[in-house]
Design a protein. Structure first.
Length: 357
């Protein structure tokens, strides 16, 4: 097969969603002997696209693209659209809410209707899409485990969180408990990711925006949450921030963070129910024991979850019991074993072959 992935701009190759949902699966298919190409909407490479069996579009685009999609269909090329977020239920407290509502949601729906096949990561997300399309394949998020190594496991205890910038509300759930626990126990607290520059700099900008009043009510509310979070984080003892790195570097960055206890707080919005267990996969891949909220997608899957969002006692129990941490990690490894890219790659390959036969 020849498969061409269509991205918005050349810089989109550093996007985490593109990396997990498009690039890694296509690299696995390339290992299996299939021809893989990439092109962006800012580059006219129709001569390469027109010989494809399949073109893949993903998530949202900042420039018109339906014309290219229709051109592909007219040429007999099968169109796949991949979506990994419930764009219909993004909460207002999520910084991405406005962009999905005003910029992306309608074009995403238009693309879903036009595509030959929709691929997505979870069953709840599939159910959200079924009103728009009847050919949907769930292929879970996965990791190329050969690129992930276990952490060095240095002396001392490290608790941490790793993730993207849309988790303001989630992080605010745990930061006060971290402060209380540091009054009783000696440990480092690490934030890996969230933003790509120092937290002090981002906090300064948030305070400046507040002082000049250039924001509407929604943006102002999110800005207030950022200021609250940054103030609390910078008030912690032994706090360290590791900014975003390109997705290809993430396995090594998370490994070097050497987190003993990895937190996955989730508020429990409707939006969260369609998420995958990717963060549990990543923590497990580097040998970090995870504590998750007892809500979907982790409820009934993750071995160690909070009870009634009681983060203080859940974390304290894990701090005090190293044997419990090891026991939960062993359970995580069994849960996560089926999500290796090598195994999930078989699903991608079969799905695409079925589409063109």
């Amino acid at each position: 097969m020849k498969i061409v992935a269509i991205i918005d701009t050349n810089s989109c190759v550093t996007n985490g969603c593109f990396h997990i949902r498009t690039h890694q699966p296509l690299m696995e298919l390339q290992k299996r002997g299939h021809e893989i190409e990439y092109t962006s909407l800012e580059t006219d490479r129709w001569d390469e696209i027109k010989t494809a069996d399949i073109v893949i579009f993903g998530r949202g685009y900042n420039r018109p693209f339906l014309g290219l999609l229709w051109r592909c269909k007219a040429a007999g090329i099968k169109v796949v659209y991949d979506i990994d977020d419930d764009v219909w239920n993004v909460p207002e407290t999520n910084p991405a809410h406005r962009s999905f509502e005003k910029k992306y949601k309608q074009s995403i729906e238009d693309t879903i209707v036009e595509a030959d096949l929709i691929t997505t990561s979870t069953i709840p997300l599939k159910k959200q899409i079924e009103r728009l399309h009847d050919n949907i394949k769930v292929i879970p998020n996965s990791l190329p485990l050969e690129k992930w190594d276990k952490r060095p496991n240095h002396k001392g205890l490290t608790i941490g969180w790793s993730g993207g910038s849309n988790h303001l509300e989630d992080l605010l759930m745990v930061v006060d408990d971290i402060k209380k626990l540091q009054e009783k126990y000696d440990f480092k607290f690490i934030i890996q990711g969230f933003i790509s520059r120092p937290i002090e700099a981002d906090g300064y900008e948030a305070s400046l925006l507040k002082s000049v009043g250039f924001q509407d009510e929604m943006a102002g509310r999110i800005n207030e949450m950022k200021i609250e979070l940054y103030t609390k984080l910078l008030g912690l003892k032994n706090f360290y921030h590791i900014p975003f790195y390109p997705p290809e570097m993430h396995p090594k960055v998370l490994q070097r963070a050497d987190i003993d206890i990895g937190l996955i707080p989730i508020k429990g919005h409707k939006f969260d129910e369609s998420k995958s267990i990717l963060k549990l996969l990543e923590y497990t891949a580097v040998g970090t024991t995870a504590i998750t909220s007892n809500v979907l997608p982790y409820k009934g899957i993750a071995p160690y979850t909070t009870k009634n969002m009681d983060w203080y006692n859940s974390i304290e129990k894990m701090i005090k019991d190293e044997k419990l941490r090891q026991k939960m990690l062993e359970k995580q490894e069994k849960i996560c074993a089926p999500y290796s890219l090598e195994k999930v790659g078989e699903e991608w390959e079969k799905t695409f072959k079925d589409l063109i036969t």
